[in-house]
Design a protein around this ligand. Sequence first.
Ligand SMILES: *Cc1c(COP(=O)(O)O)cnc(C)c1O
Length: 386
Amino acid sequence: MDIISLDKEYVAGTYNRFPVAIVSGKGTLLTDAEGKQYIDMGTGIGVTAFGSGDEQWVKAVTQQLEKVQHTSNLYYTEPCARLAQLLCQKTGMKKVFFSNSGAEANECAIKYARKYSQEKKGAQYSTIITLENSFHGRTLTTLAATGQEQFHKLFQPLTPGFVHAKAGDIAGLYKLVEENCVAGIMLECVQGEGGVVPLAPEFVKAAAALCEEKDIPLMIDEVQTGNGRTGALYAYMHYGIHPDIVSTAKGLGGGLPIGATMVSEKMQSMLSFGDHGSTFGGNPVCCAGALSILSRLDDTFLAQVQQKSDYIFNALENAEGIESVTGKGLMIGIKTKKEAKEVVAACRQQGVLCLTAKDKVRLLPPLNIPMDLLTQAVEVIKTACK
Ligand SMILES: *Cc1c(COP(=O)(O)O)cnc(C)c1O
């Protein structure tokens, strides 16, 4: 039986997969079961930050694999400690909790925020404000955080204590803070699954000021935007704000599952022994891979991410069949005159793998995509949009 029919028979049908079975990859190129090559403009949804089989990453991961693959959190391991140190050095955060996914990183963020607010202000301070059109994960709590009704149906009751504000509506945010006992405000600086929509700087700054004024933890979900994706190490850095809690995952591991929740000085002692845990969290192989990714995200590299972004924006804005291009860095949404799905299918035919986000074509290429492949991919996308 071929891969596609085997999968359709035995794997839960939760994914609307593209009709492609990937068997291997090198850098920005992926190869399917028929030997067809593709330019990868999706990186497994913003995960393989340096593409497939990146040499340095493979070396870091395999070297750790040969030492020890897992220890549990009953023991210390060097990659875990070093990764936490590097995350703190690069962000100014003070402590890191490691998990295995974006949803888990957000779950931990929510625990931090609730404990801080409940200890400081009282047990009723439990409500987390998130935004309409947000996406924070698929667990029952992060689904409750996700401000998109379509994901909520038939899974009730979700975890209580979440309300949703309109992005850009500062007065609405103030009103929700007045009406609820708020434990935290959680934002994606660029709403990814919501259609690659960057938040307005005035709104983000006003939310940060409100959090400061009322001593409400500001939580930034950097699961998709983090780790160089938007041309800054973390997207909040574009906005000149200082969050209390930052969650990240996707690109951090470069292809292995890892989530990280970082907290600022004022939150650092909030979770203590027994408050949280994860069997796989901080796994040494995943952390060794993440160290290899994170250590290369310096200013010179991030400037190249921004240059590639500028190239894509210049090439696609005002191109035939394209209504708008949104996003930051190499996290890009394209509103096309044709249906996004149709454009993505046409690109796939021509050997370019793109994603969608809501009604847009979404691009999340490798951060180190070579210019010649990027130019080729952009030409294919332009033609598909016409
Ligand atoms: C993908 C994503 C998540 C969920 O991450 P998982 O690893 O799938 O649990 C959460 N928040 C944002 C912003 C995301 O893009």
